[in-house]
Design a binder for this molecule. Sequence first.
Ligand SMILES: *Cc1c(COP(=O)(O)O)cnc(C)c1O
Length: 333
Amino acid sequence: MEIEALMQRLARLEPLDLGHFPTPLASLGRLTETLGGPEIWIKRDDLSGLGGGGNKIRKLRYLAAEALRQESDVIMTTGAQQSNHARQTASTAARLGLPCVLVLGGNPPAGAQGNYLLDRFFDAEVRWAGDRPLMKALLAEAEVLHSEGHRPFVVPYGGSNGLGACGFVEAFVELARQIKARALHFTAVIVASSSGGTQAGLSVGAHALKATTRVIGISIAEKSPTLHRQLADIAAQIQTRLDLDFELGADHFLTIDDYLGGGYGVVSDLERRAIRTLAQTEGLLADPVYTGRALGGLMGLIRKGAFRHDERVLFWHTGGTPSLYAYAEELIA
Ligand SMILES: *Cc1c(COP(=O)(O)O)cnc(C)c1O
């Protein structure tokens, strides 16, 4: 499929003009030299421009458009206490002049730090899930608002349904245009993969444009079989939304689940080393939960010899740096 044809399908969904795109594409010369593997470039979705930036803005352009079409009067979503997605959803609601209710995991922390501090600046109302599963708690709170006469719009966990993931089909188109303009080629894109919308969207975009770039997800929270089921499910929803004539099954996706460590949000030497390496070679920040783990994964793959020296790979920076401050103690350890 041609770029213009794919863009026309995406345009039918009338995404909102939120954030600043295209995000920068830059080479990382000193990191490349330090790691001694393939040539490494970076895609700066941490600079997407709304509410502190990050990958969720791309999904929210499509999701919030649907909220406006439905004339919703409150935007809701869920996530961990340090959710980047919740923070970006809160900033989107503020930008649109709509109230926002966040259902965050666990119980109220003693102080406000990182993303949770920013949620409050964006005037989100936070309700705590306690020990309820997040999506269950979110739907229960939506039901309460509904019974009070509101029309809540429920953004799913991570913004990862087919509509939200269309933002990352568009992101692949954006990359394809940047690559073309600069006569570049990447053999692989490496990206943190958690709720799956980012990787599913990029993979569908790559397949639709018949790109030879492999999209490799470094799993953040789940073993690969579970993540692959999520990715295939989201890809099927994208296919329906965009009326695409192909299907991507669970075995289409490339993920690495060797870097889960102690689980979601548990910081180890892998993340600490990756954050310091990027900071000290390039003066750039990675976050402790997602991009630190994904970069640690890329560094691990390079050490294992997974890439040739003449390859050029792209590290997709998905944002998340506000949580650095909430993890200060674990990061200094
Ligand atoms: C949400 C998030 C991801 C993962 O994206 P998914 O679409 O949920 O897989 C990666 N990095 C950061 C910083 C995030 O906030």
